[in-house]
Each structure stands twice: as C-alpha cells, then as structure tokens.
Design a protein. Structure first.
Length: 401
C-alpha cells in the first residue's frame, strides 16, 4: 500500500495527529493510515483510565483531541444533559466520560476507524523518497512520511522484587490486565503517584482493606510539571538551550513524577487519618507468595500479609520503540542524544521522511511532550511543516461536525 502519511501508534498522539492531518492540513483520508495492534484506537487509554477509577482528568479542558482549543467546551454544552459534572475545579478539568465521548466524536467525524490497521509495526526503513514499514502480519507498507507516535505502553515499571509470573502480583497497566477483584480482599497498592492514588481510592470505595505503599511522602502538584511549561514562559527558554544533554536535565528536573493533585491528596489523607486505609512510607525488600497469601517484607522489617498486590508504578522513562527503533536508527544513522532519545528539528523531523511525537519528541517539546498538551504541540509543528511546503493556494480545512 502506498500512502502519504503512515502513523505508527493509535493512542492519544496518533489519533490527534491523524485528525489534524485530515482536518487542518487537508490530507485526503485515503492517503493516511494508522498502525496499532489494539482492537480499536485509544484502546489502552480507555482501558487503563477505566481500571484506575479516574473520574476527571488532571489536565484542563483546552487539552483534547479536537483541532480548536474550544472544541471540548462546545461539545460539553451540546451534551451537558447526558454527562453529569462535565468539568471539575480547578482549571475546568473534564470528566473522563466527557473526554472519551469527545474522542469518539472526533474519531467519527474524521472516520479514523476506517484508517486503523490492526497490526504491529516491526520494522521501518527509510530512503530519500519513501519509508517502508513491515508489519507483524507480513504486510509491507510504503509511505512518503511516517509519524512515530509510539507510547510507553509496553514499558510498565516493574520493581526488581516483583515476580512477573504470579497471578496475585500484577501491574494494573500491563496489557490485558482485567483481573479486578470481585470479592472483598486485603490488597496492597504500590506506587506514589496519581495512578496508585486512583487505584487505592477505588478499592477503598468498593470495600476492600487497602494498604498503600510508597517510598516517599505524598507529593502534591496540580499538574505533572509546572504549568509554565504549557506556555511561552518556559518553552522559549527551553528552545534556546541548544545542548541536548542540558535539555534532558531540565526535563528530568521539571517533571513531578510520583505526585498527586491536591484534591486527591486530601482524599487519601482523610482516609488514612480515619484509619480507613493503611499507609506505609517504606520500601519493599522481599516478597513471598504461598497458600496463605502474599507476604511483603518492608525495609523496616515489618511483614504484611495481603490477598494480592497491585503495582501502580507507572512506566519506565526510557526511549520507547524497542528493536524496531534500534534498527531504524542504525540503518538511517539517525541522531540521538546521550540518553538515547531522538535529536529532531523544530518541525519534529528526525529524517526527511520521519516525524516524531510523544516521548520521542521530548528533547524538542520539553516536559509536556508525553501528555495531551504535547500531542497538540506535535500536531502544531507537523501541520506547520506541511503548510510551509504547500503552494500559496492551500485547500480549505475540514471541520469536525
């Protein structure tokens, strides 16, 4: 199949960029495809947020999959009778139900489902006039441009002490996790960030005896990086920093990993103070599983026995893409920083035929690159790159209905 644009990754980034290519850059849908192994686009986003029990997003209403920043608010006004509490303070954070309904509307408006190829890209090669992408199912696809919108979904963070073959010790973000407890149990949740907070509060609400373990105190931050990164205030300074190793240091310092929003922090502390939830600010040194349960030894030598243990430790921070990206880098001599991440230009081009988004774009976009805001920024850069190549008579943009 010969295309103009092939997007590898059907999550938040890949879906938003596809909508921007059609609705704003005026690329014909016939010339675009999205490769993702999941049954449907945004599958991992929807399944993982549902598992945690999230009710509202951490990010504000201007961050969504539509083209115009006000699209989600307008959609909420039309559908307000259907969705309870569509926005929550502070910053008008959309409900997960509203956000997902709007994603569905965008998917339908631009017929993104018709562009979805349910397969996994296993090899990508580039030359001067095209990219060749080979799929696990054997298909070979040719495209003038490729967008690598690869997430960290296959990089769940597993502590060294956690066995991967024990059904009573599971990571809630591992692909295929569906084994949510249906009977009341004693459950340990491990993690210090927003995901562990969501999971612990959901389990508590459902009547389970919950132990929450993390290595540090509850850290309160409304967003996962300073809101200054969403505007020109910090982004311009970041852009003027030419040394990519310094940029990596800035990104690492700026991110509030392992933090919870203040409202979640208050809910957790209230439950802990009322003895409704057990809180352990400690490290796990050993774990033994037998017929009596999961026996967890903390660094303080305390031993806690639970029915099961849930890891909500997020994702590893390394470069996604695995062997496919390793081969692409080697075959095309693509530039990378010391940390292994792509060195790209201001249009997010890594090669004349290869654009990046998400984690792969963070040395250009900064700490918000992986977020919904980062998807929108990537869309801006890629669309602007296309416009700069167009003639003085560009076609009329397509609007979502």
């Amino acid at each position: 199949m010969n295309l103009d644009w092939l997007i590898i990754g059907g999550g938040i980034h890949g879906s938003h960029i596809a909508a921007r290519l059609i609705g704003e850059a005026c690329i014909s849908p016939d010339r675009i495809r999205i490769v993702d192994p999941c049954e449907r686009l945004l599958d991992r986003w929807k399944s993982r947020t549902a598992i945690t029990g999230m009710t509202h997003l951490r990010s504000p209403a201007v961050h969504h999959l539509g083209i115009d920043h006000g699209d989600l608010r307008r959609f909420a006004t039309r559908g307000r009778k259907r969705i309870h509490r569509p926005f929550a303070p502070p910053f008008n954070r959309p409900s997960l139900k509203l956000f997902n309904a709007h994603c569905d509307q965008i998917e339908q408006a631009y017929k993104l489902t018709d562009l979805h190829i349910r397969d996994r890209a296993v090899k990508c090669l580039v030359d001067c006039d095209k990219a060749v992408v080979k799929l696990a199912g054997g298909t070979e696809m040719h495209s003038r441009n490729v967008v690598l919108a690869i997430g960290s979904g296959d990089q769940t963070q597993w502590p060294e002490w956690a066995p991967r073959d024990e059904p009573r010790v599971q990571h809630v973000f591992e692909p295929g996790f569906e084994d949510w407890p249906t009977i009341v149990q004693t459950i340990m949740v491990v993690g210090g960030g927003i995901s562990s907070g969501h999971v612990a509060l959901r389990l508590l609400k459902e009547g389970h005896d919950v132990h929450l373990v993390s290595r540090h105190t509850l850290r309160h931050h409304q967003f996962d990086s300073d809101p200054g990164w969403l505007g020109e205030k910090y982004a311009s300074v970041f852009g003027r920093t030419k040394d990519v190793d310094q940029r990596r240091t800035v990104i690492t310092t700026a991110r509030h990993r392992g933090s919870v929003p203040p409202d979640m922090g208050r809910s957790l502390r209230r439950a802990i103070n009322r003895k409704q939830m057990h809180r352990h600010e400690d490290q796990i040194s050993n774990l033994v599983v037998d017929d009596q349960g999961v026996h967890v030894t903390l660094a303080t030598s305390d031993v806690i026995t639970v029915d099961r243990l849930m890891l909500a430790t997020g994702f590893a921070g390394g470069r996604p893409g695995g062997a496919m990206l390793d081969d692409l880098i080697a075959s095309a001599s693509l530039p990378c920083a010391e940390c292994g991440f792509p060195i790209v230009d201001s249009t997010l081009q890594w090669h004349p035929r290869v654009f990046v988004s998400g984690a792969l774009a963070e040395l250009e976009l900064g700490p918000v690159s992986r977020n919904i805001a980062g998807a929108r920024w990537a869309g801006d850069r890629i669309v602007n790159a296309i416009r700069s190549d167009n003639t003085s008579h560009p076609p009329t943009p397509v609007m979502a209905q």
